[in-house]
Design a protein around this ligand. Structure first.
Ligand code: BGC
Length: 739
């Protein structure tokens, strides 16, 4: 007999404990709270008293980040802020210039790729909840976050900001993030819906994706954001999709988002992504936001009033959108509700949240001679080389940053953590330099990128070589930064900028005890660095505490447990969008690789990546064994598969391992990638101990999207379940049968 106990905790997280005769199975799921509909009468009475101008004022930006309120009726402005790295600094009401106040400091959280490298859903909740508290402390109603588009190409300008190339990992992180955020009486604005996977021509490119790929790769996280997390708002993307701009794409907004998924919140446009009044509104857009121009000229302002007067749109259509906005405002308690959460900002608790995320995100890529963790008993001097040792990334580049009082750089992290007896020999080595950039046209949302200058300064190179020569250990902090990887432009190739490769080569030649630490949000060509260095670490634009977390990993106080959330290719030509010559397109871009995005392509086509999806080492070793499914008989479509796995820590220090579950189906009637991630679990295992975990896979997760039937179909038959600690290190397989 099976007994269910469902325990609800305050964080909208239902922990389901299923007790069966011989084992205990626990799974965490996160559920959001729906839009509240109890206020219909009040809303109707407010709307009865509103003028048409007051109504349309709520449908468009009347400052850079607010829409109009109706003071006399107790309706406040709707206040928004970016974004994915934390609550953005205050911007002027009518330009992008910072407001220049001193009460807008915030915690800088790790960028999206850093969070996803933790593979830790609880940390996704922590992140959302923490930044939600900060949003409230800054009196925001809507946080323009999370950014969850699929990483289609390593060159994408926002790869650092997005989560991953995999739809399953994407949704598993997006849902708790949104729930955590919205638990604070603030709305998430999930972006960028949809198919905004490149910056090149993002303001007009027409994206063509076949229906199955759309459903299986590009939409799952957006869908889960609605159906599970109950996201209160979505951001309509810049690009076109199948011929229509996303903000006037009725198929995607009215049909898919609202009709199919049951979205009850509001659709807010990306900044200057609206092109029409009547068509946009009728297609499902609720609010138009934008970059500076007189706010009355917005499509949802005077032009909408003109359309109304000309009879091209009815007042009842306008009422529908205003009502949705008011429903959201009641839900987040912004209509003068005393109980609304007040939040907190810039606190030690939040810096600790940022630290916890950062410290689980660092990926150990190579550690051949156990150079890491640095053994301080054998070291008196450490050379620290590279501009990234001191580079700050909270602000910079095109797009949202955070004004913060704390951003611990890698050098500061080491200084904080190393005993005074150890001498640091710092040399910058390379400089971040750019050729003069083509002047951007004001308000442009796609821009020419800055070209890096790649020659080293010979004197600086010499100083770096000398520092390495006289030090016991050398750490090079290389990679990129948020000026180089940036919104509004994609990178032309995978090359490391600023002459770093030459610098790393020359330093490695004089000190074999050299650790290379890459700080970047997206893949780079590190083929030769991988070959020549014996210790290679990957870190991210990693928030206020990034430097401390990194130092703790290098010194062994933290055992690394991050795993790559994307595939690192050997060559850009191996990556699917490039191998199919379908990036960046021109007026149109066709995603010709179809379903085979990321590792799905590499695995199906048998292409060796430089580092595979899901890869990351630890200072200890794990054995993954005794893998078995909870049933021998066939599973039915509505059942759940529990895969039990023993994880043994075979080393002598405690560590966390991410156990990954990939399914595949031979002889399928439909095209499939050779394997797909369908489950994972991060688990702490103490040295010498074994922990048994259950990975939970609802049979529905195995479904494919049947284009003709327009529904998800579970194909019966035998599936292989591969369990491993990266997509290319499957340690055990079990077969399961689906009826
Ligand atoms: C970006 C959005 C951002 C908005 C407001 C746009 O350029 O695409 O992600 O939220 O600007 O800053």
């Amino acid at each position: 007999m099976t007994l269910f106990a469902v325990l609800f905790t305050s964080c909208n997280q239902a922990q389901k404990t299923e007790i069966s005769s011989n084992e205990i199975k626990i799974t965490d799921t996160y559920m959001g709270t729906s839009i509240i509909h109890n206020y219909d009468k009040k809303i109707d009475s407010i709307m009865d008293q509103m003028t048409l101008e007051e109504k349309t004022g709520m449908l468009h930006g009347t400052s850079m980040f607010t829409t109009a309120g109706v003071n006399r009726l107790g309706v406040p402005e709707l206040k928004m802020a970016d974004g994915p790295l934390g609550v953005r600094e205050e911007i002027s009401r009518d330009s992008w210039a910072p407001l220049g106040v001193d009460n807008d400091y915030a915690t800088y959280y790790p960028a999206g790729a850093g969070l996803s490298a933790t593979w830790n859903t609880k940390l996704a909740y922590v992140f959302g909840n923490s930044v939600g508290e900060e949003s409230r402390a800054r009196d925001k109603d809507v946080l323009l976050s999370p950014a969850i588009n699929i990483i289609r190409t390593p060159l994408g300008g926002r790869t650092y900001e997005y989560f991953t190339e995999d739809p399953f990992l994407n949704k598993k992180l997006a849902v708790p993030f949104i729930v955590g955020l919205q638990d604070n009486d603030v709305a998430a604005c999930v972006k960028h819906y949809a198919a905004n996977n490149q910056e090149t021509h993002r303001d007009y490119v027409d994206v063509q994706i076949d229906e199955r790929t759309l459903r299986e790769i590009y939409l799952p996280a957006f869908k889960a954001a609605v159906t599970e997390a109950k996201a209160y708002s979505m951001m309509g993307a810049y690009n076109k999709f199948r011929g229509e701009y996303m903000c006037e794409n009725s198929d995607m907004l009215n049909d898919v988002l609202r009709e199919e998924w049951g979205f009850e919140g509001i659709v807010i446009s990306d900044w200057a992504a609206v092109h029409t009044s009547v068509k946009s509104l009728k297609s499902g857009l609720d609010i138009e936001m934008g970059t500076p121009k007189p706010f009355n000229e917005f499509f949802m302002a005077d032009p909408l009033m003109d359309s109304l007067k000309a009879g091209k749109i009815s007042e009842s259509e306008i009422n529908k959108h205003v009502k949705r906005i008011l429903q959201l405002m009641y839900t987040i308690k912004s209509m003068g509700n005393e109980d609304r959460k007040k939040g907190s900002i810039d606190t030690e608790a939040h810096f600790k949240d940022a630290y916890n995320i950062a410290s689980e995100s660092v990926v150990l890529l190579k550690n051949d001679k156990n150079v890491l963790p640095i053994n301080l008993s054998e070291v008196k001097t450490i050379a620290v080389i590279g501009a990234n040792a001191t580079k700050k990334n909270a602000l910079g580049g095109f797009g949202a940053g955070v004004k913060t009082k704390r951003e611990v750089t890698p050098l500061e992290g080491l200084q904080n953590r190393l005993p005074e007896t150890i001498k640091i020999n710092y040399a910058e080595g390379y400089q971040e330099r750019y050729a003069p950039k083509k002047k951007a046209i004001f308000g442009e949302v796609t821009q020419a990128r800055a070209e890096s200058i790649n020659e080293l300064d010979s004197e600086m190179l010499e100083q770096a070589i000398q520092a390495a020569k006289i030090s016991d250990v050398t750490i090079i902090f290389a990679g990129s930064n948020r000026d180089f990887e940036t919104e509004a432009s994609d990178r032309p190739d995978l090359k490391l900028p600023f002459g770093q490769e030459e610098l790393i080569d020359k330093v490695l030649a004089v000190n074999p005890n050299t650790i290379v630490v890459m700080i970047a949000g997206a893949p780079f060509d590190i083929n030769s660095i991988k070959e020549k260095s014996s210790a290679l670490v990957w870190s991210w634009f990693n928030g206020s505490e990034g430097g401390n977390a990194l130092a703790d990993v290098l010194l062994g106080t933290v055992n690394p447990s991050g795993k790559l959330p994307w595939t690192m290719p050997k060559s850009i030509h191996d990556s699917p969008a490039h191998a199919t010559n379908s990036f960046p397109g021109g007026e149109t871009v066709s995603y010709d690789e179809g379903l085979l995005v990321g590792y799905r392509w590499f695995d199906t086509k048998n292409i060796e990546p430089l580092f595979p999806f899901g890869y990351g080492l630890s200072y200890t070793t794990f054995d993954i064994k005794n893998v078995h499914a909870d049933k021998k008989e066939a599973y039915l479509e509505n059942e759940t598969i529990y895969i039990s796995v023993d994880v043994e820590n075979t080393g002598n220090i405690d560590g966390k391992e991410v156990v990954q579950l990939y399914t595949s189906k031979k002889d399928s009637n439909v095209e499939r990638a050779s394997q797909e991630l369908k489950g994972f679990e991060k688990v702490l295992v103490n040295a010498g101990e074994t922990v048994t975990i259950n990975i939970v896979v609802p049979v529905q997760e195995l479904a494919y999207y049947h284009v003709d039937l327009k529904k998800w179909v579970v194909e019966p038959g035998i599936y292989n379940v591969g369990i491993g600690n990266s997509s290319r290190n499957i340690k055990a397989n079990v077969s399961i049968n689906i009826k």
